[in-house]
Design a protein around this ligand. Structure first.
Ligand SMILES: [Zn+2]
Length: 107
């Protein structure tokens, strides 16, 4: 996936349309991602778990409270990703553009 990332041009716009986040890039690529799917895919250690000493990742049981699927705001992180801040106060997940592209492909 590294080559894809290298080819990725700058993020041009991010729009919230209903319950979808729409991203468009300078090269004309567009991604549409549903907020509940994005939240469930939050890449932070709290949501996805961290590998233990044996390298096994145990996925924590994440509870989604009120506002969990409401996007409060987002911030660009460097030139490679987006940090999403959710209505329940959760905001530690940084979604790289590569990861977002993968999510859009499987959605
Ligand atoms: Zn998270």
């Amino acid at each position: 996936m590294a080559s894809w990332e290298n080819c990725m041009s700058e993020l041009a716009a991010v729009c919230l349309i209903g319950d979808e986040l729409a991203l468009s890039f300078g090269d004309g690529t567009e991604l549409y991602l549903l907020l509940p799917m994005l939240r469930r895919a939050c890449p932070c250690a709290q949501c996805q778990g961290e590998p233990d000493a044996m390298g096994r990742v145990r996925r924590p049981n994440v509870e989604y409270g009120r506002g969990a699927f409401v996007l409060n705001k987002f911030e660009k992180v460097g030139g490679y990703g987006l940090q999403l801040f959710w209505g329940d106060g959760h905001g530690t997940g940084i979604y790289s553009f590569t990861y977002l592209q993968k999510l859009a492909a499987i959605a």
